[in-house]
Write a protein that binds this ligand. Structure first.
Ligand code: GDP
Ligand code: MN
Length: 386
């Protein structure tokens, strides 16, 4: 789960990590109230969307007085920002963060994340702050330092030094950096985060370190342990179909192709996507209905697939274990009738009660192509979609 920059900064503050003073507004008439404690001669106006690259897209503006503040915020509210992280559709600005600006001497990149390959926590540090870090990784990999250690460990001095070495800090800044890194690690562990990214971490004109931008992502599987975090969820920033899927406990991820997929088991789902690609088409989604899916859950999954207008055909690939194929067949028929399904549907059933399942589908008078195995199923749906 992602949160907004202003929420991430509140969390940083809680963990005693230095951030500029600021307030969030949801509409223009909140401005007067929300700038009382700020220096209005030097502010930065920041569009709050769940995407980076706002600076280049016009989502970050420096203002020097109240008139300009009003001008920039009125122009920004309701504007659709397209950045390299939003996709072509962009994201509409519904909240704005007004923050005291600072004069920046240097910009760094600092992030804490999980390195899955080594099963360790990693800090990434770079002198190329404020930039797109993926681009730095590609063009100037020598400017990125990765420091890994075990989840259970305290950060050792050697590791702190390794993280900050490239920053070339004086003694005071080095102490500040150590505190910031330890606090970020503490936040990361305490809140079950996947990523805490500060880009940029800056040196101000008073030679202090300050976090100018913050992005935090949390582990969805641990959110139940943090009701205070789950409150921060902003559904406006999420794909409506994915929200619907999460209500039914379905693992659903939208993809760009035309073949909708319904599968039980993540591994089987991956194999299904691969074989569709192998026969020359692109899947429209990843969807795992899980092991013990009920008839209702199957019906909900089917409706979710069909609500995606780019779906031109559906492949259902089920291995009946706990989920029985006859139950699944009933759910499918119900959903197909209710949604007046008008795209080709190929179903491959295997495992518990598959013969009964196939019989139910055959007797339903719906146009359903049944397949004997996964290979056959993939060929049939690719052909049917054309
Ligand atoms: P992003 O483009 O979505 O990553 O948004 P950021 O919050 O990182 O802002 C983009 C850039 O605006 C930063 O890298 C800074 O260079 C600049 N910026 C943001 N806040 C300030 C500020 O208070 N003072 C100055 N001088 N620049 C700022
Ligand atoms: Mn940034």
């Amino acid at each position: 789960m992602n949160i907004h920059e202003h929420q991430a900064k509140e969390l940083l503050k809680e963990f005693k990590i230095p951030v500029p003073k600021g307030n969030v507004i949801f509409s223009l008439n909140e401005i007067d109230k929300k700038i009382k404690n700020l220096n209005t001669n030097n502010l930065v106006v920041k569009a709050q969307i769940h995407a980076g690259g706002r600076g280049k897209a016009g989502g970050i503006k420096l203002v020097k007085n109240k008139d300009d503040l009003l001008k920039e915020t009125s122009a920004m509210f309701g504007k659709t920002l397209v950045t390299h992280q939003t996709g072509k559709k962009g994201k509409k600005v519904k909240r704005i963060y007004i923050e005291e600006a600072c004069n920046v001497k240097k910009e760094f990149y600092l992030a804490c994340l999980i390195d899955r390959t080594s099963s360790k926590v990693a800090f990434i540090s770079s002198t190329e702050g404020g930039m797109d870090i993926e681009k730095v990784a590609k063009d100037n990999p020598e400017k990125i330092v990765t420091t890994k250690f075990n989840l259970a460990d305290k950060i050792l001095n050697d590791d702190l030094n390794k993280i900050t070495n490239i920053f070339n800090l004086n003694k005071k800044q080095k102490e500040q950096a150590n505190k910031i890194i330890n606090s970020i690690f503490n936040l990361f562990i305490t809140k079950d985060a996947n990523l805490v990214e500060i880009n940029p971490l800056v040196i101000t004109e008073t030679d202090d370190l300050l976090c100018l931008d913050a992005k935090i992502n949390f582990d969805d599987n641990a959110i139940f342990r943090h009701p205070e975090i789950s409150k921060l969820r902003d559904l406006d920033e999420e794909d409506p179909i994915e929200i619907e899927a999460s209500k039914h406990n379905l693992s659903y991820i939208k993809l760009d192709g035309s073949i909708g997929c319904m599968v039980n088991g993540a591994g089987l789902a991956m194999a299904t996507l691969d074989i569709i690609k192998m026969y020359g088409k692109e899947p429209a989604n990843f969807l795992d209905v899980g092991g013990g899916a009920s008839k209702e859950k199957v019906a909900a999954a089917f409706k979710i697939i069909l609500s995606d207008k780019s779906v031109k055909g559906i492949l259902v690939n089920i291995f009946g274990g706990i989920l029985r194929c006859d139950e699944l067949a009933k759910g499918l028929i119900e959903a197909a009738k209710e949604t007046k399904m008008n795209v080709p549907l190929v179903v491959r059933l295997s495992g518990t009660n598959f013969e009964e399942g196939n019989k139910i589908l055959k007797n339903s008078n719906l146009k359903i192509l049944s397949a004997s195995d996964l290979d056959d199923a993939a060929k049939k749906i690719v052909k049917a979609v054309g």
